[in-house]
Design a protein around this ligand. Structure first.
Ligand SMILES: NC(=O)c1ccc[n+]([C@@H]2O[C@H](COP(=O)([O-])OP(=O)(O)OC[C@H]3O[C@@H](n4cnc5c(N)ncnc54)[C@H](O)[C@@H]3O)[C@@H](O)[C@H]2O)c1
Length: 303
């Protein structure tokens, strides 16, 4: 039988946990024995306003079910305050689930600086601030798990979501490098691209499907990625509706030109179909693997 996943000695921060996916994660962590910092600014879907009730309601739910949690109403852009509250209340932090998010959808020709900046600030700067403040503690205790919330809108693109897509795929870039930097101290970092029926997706997903895409169906993956049992790092997982899959980069075998002789745009055009041919494609897992073909090409034509 699979070993039970428990968090009795662990403190988990879930940002944006006053509703939607974050609430489901917070409740799931509490059920698994974690002490939970339920953070939520309590603003609108577009990131306007603030209210303390969303976070407190989820804390009340956890406490009523016999769990342990504390509410925090700071913005993730003041991430150090959220981590400080974890330290003040529970004396440690082990897991950070970066989940807080907003939407300011607009086609690019209508995008203004305010919509671009606010989406960047909440998703990217917010995740940076919370994780950076926790990082010091995670390193000191040589243990940590961090989850970033990306999106299929970042991986694949989505009409009207240039700001959001930029921010969401940016978090995967952050995941890849922190996975390298954290590994030695047993700090493992993964990203999820979830789909769930929440206020963020209400009206965008047909009602019948919306009902079925319960936020709780995303949380088991998040809890597993945050557990001591999980030893994987740097991954990106699509999750929703009871389904989970892993995403990786794929690259064509490519075409090598003679770097000494030089080559022209016409040579690129002549090889275009081969450049984009994914037969026997490679899946570079790191920078060294990624640069291997280029180095081999240099060597092939070296004096
Ligand atoms: N629902 C989906 O299908 C879906 C798809 C892809 C990605 N996501 C991502 O999942 C995460 C959760 O989204 P959701 O669907 O549950 O939406 P949601 O609106 O229900 O939850 C987001 C929560 O974040 C909080 N929040 C916003 N700005 C904050 C700030 N500055 N500081 C602290 N809290 C803040 C909000 O108050 C809200 O409770 C987001 O990062 C979102 O981009 C969701």
């Amino acid at each position: 039988m699979t070993e039970a996943i428990r968090f009795e000695d662990k403190v988990v921060i879930v940002t944006g946990a006053g509703g939607g996916l974050g609430r489901a994660h917070a409740l799931a962590f509490a059920r698994h024995g974690a002490r939970v910092v339920v953070n939520d600014l309590g603003g609108s879907k577009a990131g306007e306003g603030a209210s303390g009730t969303a976070a407190q309601q989820v804390v009340d739910e956890i406490v009523q079910a016999g769990g342990t949690a504390v509410a925090n109403t700071d913005s993730v852009t003041d991430g150090e305050k959220i981590v400080q509250q974890a330290m003040d209340t529970f004396g440690r932090v082990d897991v950070v689930v970066n989940n807080a998010g907003i939407l300011r959808d607009k086609t690019f020709h209508k995008m203004d600086d305010a919509d671009w900046d606010l989406v960047y600030r909440v998703h990217v700067e917010g995740a940076y601030k919370v994780t950076r403040a926790a990082w010091t503690h995670l390193r000191e205790q040589a243990y940590g798990r961090v989850i970033f919330t990306a999106s299929t809108s970042g991986i694949y693109g989505n009409f009207g979501q240039s700001n959001y897509g930029m921010a969401k795929l940016g978090l995967y870039g952050l995941t890849r490098t922190l996975a390298l930097e954290g590994r030695k101290q047993n700090i493992l970092i993964n990203a999820i691209a979830p789909t769930g029926g929440t206020r963020m997706t209400e009206g965008l997903i047909p009602p019948q499907v919306f009902e079925q895409l319960k936020p709780e169906l995303v949380s088991p993956l998040v809890v597993y990625l945050a557990s001591a049992q999980c030893q994987d790092t740097g991954g990106l997982y699509e999750v929703g509706g009871g389904w989970i899959g892993k995403v990786r980069w794929e690259r064509s075998l490519g075409v090598g030109f003679d770097p000494r002789a030089g080559f022209e745009a016409e040579d690129v055009a002549a090889q275009w179909s081969r450049i984009g041919d994914f037969t026997d494609a490679a899946h570079p897992a790191d920078n060294i693997e990624a640069l291997r073909e280029m180095m081999a090409n240099l060597q092939k034509y070296a004096g």
